[in-house]
Write a protein that binds this ligand. Structure first.
Ligand code: ZN
Length: 102
């Protein structure tokens, strides 16, 4: 259904102007409202930012395509999975970043 052909709601309703005008005008108005912030939203975002982001995927949940299995590194701390193995790439990334291999 084409929303441009719909009858606009009565103007005494809040937000009624959003149903009038061109699609581009309505898009711009919606973008402005979506970008609005408030002290409460800012505080919520700051608190969520302190949580430290997404947790790491456990090593046993990463698929191994090379057959090396659950071992991660040899006695010299070198990865036992090749870079063609998804688990091997994660092991290298975590070694480089100093993250735990768990
Ligand atoms: Zn592997």
């Amino acid at each position: 259904m084409n929303k441009d052909t719909q009858t606009p709601p009565p103007v005494d309703k809040p937000g009624a102007a959003l149903h009038t005008g061109s699609a581009e005008t309505r898009r711009q108005a919606a973008a402005l409202m979506g970008a609005a912030s408030s002290p409460r939203k800012a505080a919520s975002s700051a608190a969520n930012g302190k949580l430290g982001g997404k947790r790491m995927t456990p090593m046993h949940d990463l698929s191994c395509t090379c057959g090396a299995g659950d071992v991660t590194v040899d006695e010299d701390g070198k990865p036992l999975h090749p870079t063609t193995c998804p688990r091997g790439r994660v092991i290298r990334y975590r070694l480089k970043k100093g993250l735990p291999l768990t």
